[in-house]
Design a protein around this ligand. Sequence first.
Ligand SMILES: Cc1cc2nc3c(=O)[nH]c(=O)nc-3n(C[C@H](O)[C@H](O)[C@H](O)COP(=O)(O)O)c2cc1C
Length: 172
Amino acid sequence: MLDILFKRRSVRRYAENQIDKDKLDRILQAGLLAPSSKSKYPFDFIVCDDADLNLKLSESKPMGASFLKHAPTSIVITGNQDESDVWIEDCSIAAGYMLLQAENEKLGACWIQIRERPHNDLMGAEQYVKNLLEIPDSHRVLAIIALGNKDAEKEARNESFLKREKIHFNKF
Ligand SMILES: Cc1cc2nc3c(=O)[nH]c(=O)nc-3n(C[C@H](O)[C@H](O)[C@H](O)COP(=O)(O)O)c2cc1C
């Protein structure tokens, strides 16, 4: 497991070809296997494998999403706020599981934050994505995971990356 954790990096450059359907299915399984408060599983995942749709999603916010136009697939992570008061935590851990499974599949992946980010002066990125994908009012949009075959390998982390001073025992 630690081997995958050291290797996982945010990959924002992808080869042009579509990702393997079985790999995508295993990534989605990983999301569905994540723990969930009170076993509510308030999340819904929207797989976008249409180039025009990913182009439009890449325009969700002015910065930090443009590379999505080159991703063959993305997964939009939504959560039902009427179903769970901790939909953010549930969606986050599901997204984290999917990022790790993507690395396990040797695919490139990157989290794109949508919640709390502006689309422009008039509209939030969340509303932009909700309009585009016809997401019901009950559901919030946490993030988008961009997915693709890696264009190049990023350097894995090593021991020197670990900020061990962040770890405390028994008191802060
Ligand atoms: C909550 C969260 C939001 C993020 N939002 C974005 C984003 O909008 N765009 C982006 O390119 N990367 C985003 N990232 C990826 C981070 O930039 C990345 O994880 C960080 O720089 C560490 O690099 P690494 O993932 O390669 O270890 C986000 C990551 C997290 C956990």
